[in-house]
Ligand binder design. Structure first.
Ligand SMILES: Nc1nc2c(ncn2[C@@H]2O[C@H](COP(=O)(O)OP(=O)(O)OP(=O)(O)O)[C@@H](O)[C@H]2O)c(=O)[nH]1
Ligand SMILES: [Mg+2]
Length: 455
């Protein structure tokens, strides 16, 4: 039971830092003021020298029963992940050992289990990392492909935070100049020279942010996976292709048209790029109410997908399903399945497009199709030189910044200092929301630190 007198943020928190389940080694992490007392109580000794592992015997403070022998590590504040005193136990990862440890720690009224993300939150609150880095850390833990891990690591290292920090600083500088003018020359008209220096800089910044936003959502796609919809008539072999690529029997395959009704997904890792392949009902008009629901979902999935893989049924060649063909866009990948039923030397191009001739039965042509898919994935998600935004949260905050800077631009014809300053302040606050640095006091600091007293 946690103490009533302590604020939650002052309580010492603990959590299993390693994965759940039986494991050779489990890591329990504590953060907060009581960490060193917990060490004393459980090991009979104060924490070992900082950052040096020490083998200890851990016994229960309740009855003295030995819980385990393991390593203890001590990271005194502020040089720790959270910025607080941090203690780590490396123990044998059995459920009974862990249960006894948790029971022993929770006996203290100032120690409690951590909330999700609470260690990172404390790290952020103590200025150890900004919000984008904290998000990068969460992404790194969740990353399933090499490229996802890369992007997350870059963000954790602060690349995105620095980028936004630089923009924040430029807004702050503009605001400081505008505020200073308001404070020191309230009666005067807007000085031309001030606007002549500030406004072009803001225009430049606006252009940079707009370029950053027009990134085709590559960072968000890499984080979530590129959604590729398998679109085709019933019986084309969509589910067969999904199973083939996933190397598992995920979807039911039968020769009855209209077999699939639900939307089924499987993740694929194509040279480090994450793709989510989506199988769904074949497109046709149906009287069956259940199938119709499936077809409705298929239509909306097809419309929302990042990429469309159109699969036509070779059994009906040269007939080409018009409903499927209607989904074709410049980006679509076109494939004709059941090549085992087709004559080799015919021209099988559909609507003049490069058409992958494949067979889910023999595996023919599938390697080529996967190569194309991988190239498309890389093209849609490959990182450039500059860090990319990875979350809708960033995009929304930046849209607010753009909105405010556009109002500044519109005001150029009829400049009113206070209004311009207000919009710049709003832009800066939206920017600060991304990294978690919303602090108006810093404007005042900047003004007075860059001005001499007599001015
Ligand atoms: N000859 C041949 N038959 C195939 C091939 N691929 C799939 N089939 C057969 O085609 C039939 C339909 O396959 P599915 O994978 O269920 O087709 P679907 O597009 O998912 O169909 P719905 O779920 O009804 O929309 C099954 O009998 C498959 O065995 C292929 O490459 N060659
Ligand atoms: Mg199917």
């Amino acid at each position: 039971m946690a103490s009533e007198s302590l604020h939650r943020s002052e309580e010492t928190i603990f959590a299993l830092a390693s994965g759940v389940g039986r494991a050779g080694v489990a890591v329990i992490r504590l953060s907060g003021q009581a960490s060193s007392n917990v060490c004393q109580e459980l090991t009979g000794a104060p924490p070992p020298p900082a950052r040096k592992a020490q083998l200890v015997t851990i016994s229960s403070p309740l009855d003295g029963e030995i819980i385990d022998r393991g390593l203890v590590l001590w990271f005194p504040a502020p040089a720790s992940f959270t910025g607080e005193d941090v203690l780590e136990f490396h123990l044998h990862g059995g459920p009974a050992v862990l249960a006894m440890m948790f029971e022993a720690m929770q006996r203290r009224c100032d120690v409690r289990p951590a909330d999700p993300g609470e260690f990172s939150r404390r790290s952020f609150m103590n200025g150890k990392m900004d919000l984008t880095a904290a998000e990068g850390l969460a992404d790194l833990v969740a990353a399933e492909t090499r490229q996802q891990a890369r992007q997350a690591r870059r963000q954790l290292d602060g690349a995105l935070g620095r980028h936004y920090g630089d923009w924040h600083a430029r807004l702050l500088e503009a605001l400081a100049l505008l505020e200073a003018e308001i404070d020191f020359a309230p009666e005067e008209e807007v000085p031309d020279d001030l606007l002549a220096t500030v406004l072009p800089k803001l225009d430049l910044l606006l252009a940079e942010i707009e370029r950053h936003l027009a990134d085709n959502r590559r960072g968000e796609r890499l984080r979530n996976g590129l959604r590729v919809a398998l679109i085709g008539p019933p019986n084309a072999g969509k589910s067969s292709l999904l199973n083939h690529l996933a190397a598992r029997d995920i979807a039911i395959v039968t020769d009855i048209p209209g077999t699939t009704r639900d939307v089924l997904e499987t993740p694929l890792d194509l040279a480090g790029y994450p793709v989510v392949l989506v199988d769904m009902a074949g497109l046709r008009t149906s009287e069956d109410p259940v199938e119709r629901l499936g077809i409705e979902r298929a239509h909306s999935e097809a419309a929302d997908a990042d990429l469309r893989l159109l699969l036509f049924d070779g059994a009906h060649w040269p007939e080409v399903d018009p409903t499927t063909a209607a989904f074709m866009n410049d980006e679509s990948i076109v494939a004709l399945n059941k090549s085992d039923l087709l004559l080799r030397n015919d021209d099988h191009r559909i609507e003049g497009r490069e058409t992958h001739l494949i067979s889910c039965h023999t595996g023919d042509g599938i390697e080529n199709l996967v190569t194309t898919l991988g190239e498309r994935a890389a093209r849609a998600m490959a990182p450039g030189d500059l860090p990319v935004l990875t979350r809708l949260r960033h995009r929304q905050a930046l849209a607010d910044v753009v909105g405010a800077l556009k109002r500044v631009q519109d005001a150029e014809a009829l400049p009113e200092l206070a209004l311009i300053a207000e919009d710049v302040r709003m832009a800066m606050q939206s920017m600060g929301r991304i990294t978690g640095k919303v602090n108006v006091e810093s404007v005042l600091d900047q003004i007075f630190s860059s001005f001499c007293i007599g001015k």
